[in-house]
Design a protein around this ligand. Structure first.
Ligand code: GLA
Length: 385
């Protein structure tokens, strides 16, 4: 038996031993299983789907919040580590809903100034949950609902699709919205996330995934010596409440210049107004970069490398922006396996339309009309060197 087949056999054997539903219909190496993860107080079952490939890469997805709960990725020696922050139980996600570990964010990623926007002359109010503003869809966003799940595959990919119906008026947003998020894995160590949504009334929509990455492994210290490149010549400056001013400003000459590889820690403490807005005490990154790839999935958007483990993450997306956030509000959380997640213990790459877009006439539109379909594809490609 080749090592690959042995591993697949082992995975299936384990799955059966634990009474998990395993699917062997996949190409060699790609497998999927699912099991009950938790039962909520109202009796709702939360399922966990586990996708694997033949290189040991493994993604676990919860129906609670359509959340990426763990992601095992090999280093240069083939050693696996879980590179995303998260919790071992649903209680963790419920009690710390404001960190959005791995969650699907909707209806509106990042901030809406004062929770307000207008559409066709009508004013809408989303309940505020971040000082004066609404963040990530308001106090009960998509991350705090249990989604339906179904298995989905296409040649070379093993996947799971989560779906949610958001009723007209939910969190103040107009339109009955049907939304789907598909996670899938292939043998090139790509985790792909695809989104799709339709509405029966004109609305606004800005979906993203809020995974916190640490390429050395979640809970293995901070990410200050991990080296990032962002293919973005501009960013959207913010005010003190983290609302964009409306400008697209050049990164050149600022600590936000990641157009050439630079360690996160190099400029994170610089005395720069934008960094202080993001984290008043010690500084931090929490900005929307305007991607040069401008919606082209074939162009590299970002590239992050961990010199210690050799793990590398390359980002591709159809979205025009990415929110890079360096865990500025993490203050020693206890996460999976009892590990501690320190300040600056991870980075996010939230592919998105720009924050507050409905109130910013110069930003690409986030409007979705009936008979149109919202789509987004984002690829997280892992390798090690
Ligand atoms: C986004 C925001 C941050 C923070 C995190 C979650 O990245 O821009 O300010 O709210 O989500 O804590």
């Amino acid at each position: 038996m080749t090592p690959l087949l042995a591993r697949t056999g082992q995975a299936l054997g384990l799955a059966m031993a634990f009474g998990l539903a395993a699917s062997s219909a996949q190409a060699a190496g790609l497998t999927r299983e699912h099991a009950n993860f938790a039962t909520l107080e109202d009796g709702t079952s939360v399922e966990r789907f586990v996708l694997r490939n033949g290189h040991g890469m493994q993604a676990s997805i919860l129906t609670y919040g359509a959340t990426l709960q763990s992601l095992l990725v090999p280093d240069k020696a083939g050693k696996l580590a879980d590179v995303v922050l998260g919790f071992d139980d649903v209680k963790g996600y419920q009690e710390h809903g404001d960190v959005y570990f791995g969650a699907t964010i909707g209806r509106f990623g990042n901030r809406l100034a004062k929770g307000q926007f207008s559409l066709d002359g009508k004013q809408y109010q989303v309940p505020v949950n971040d000082g004066p503003n609404a963040l990530h869809g308001g106090p009960k966003g998509f991350d705090k609902h249990v989604w339906k799940a179904r298995e989905t595959d296409e040649k070379g990919w093993v996947g799971v699709t989560l779906s949610y119906h958001s009723a007209d008026g939910e969190m103040g947003f107009p339109g009955n919205l049907n939304v789907e998020v598909e996670y899938s894995l292939n043998e090139d160590n790509v985790l792909r996330i695809r989104y799709k949504a339709t509405t029966d009334r004109s609305t606004v929509l800005n979906l993203t995934n809020h995974s916190y990455f640490n390429l050395a492994g979640a809970g293995e210290g901070d990410i200050l010596n991990q080296v990032a490149t962002l293919y973005a010549a501009k960013y959207t400056p913010i005010d003190s409440t983290l609302i964009p001013t409306g400008e697209l400003a050049p990164v050149a000459g600022t600590p936000l210049d990641f157009t050439r590889p630079v360690a996160f820690g190099k400029h994170i403490r610089d005395d720069h107004e934008q960094l202080k807005f993001a984290e008043p005490k010690q500084g931090g990154f929490d900005f929307n970069w305007v991607l040069d790839s401008a919606g082209d999935l074939g162009k590299l958007a970002a590239d992050v490398m961990d010199p210690g483990s050799g793990r590398r993450l390359q980002l591709y997306t159809t979205e025009p922006g990415v929110q890079l956030y360096t865990g500025n509000f993490l203050k020693g959380f206890t996460g999976k396996g009892g590990k501690t997640y320190p300040h600056w213990g991870a980075f996010t790459l939230e592919t998105q339309h720009y924050p507050d877009a409905p109130n910013q006439p110069n930003f690409p539109s986030t409007r979705l009309d009936p008979k149109h379909t919202y789509t987004q594809t984002t690829l997280f490609k892992f390798s090690a060197q």
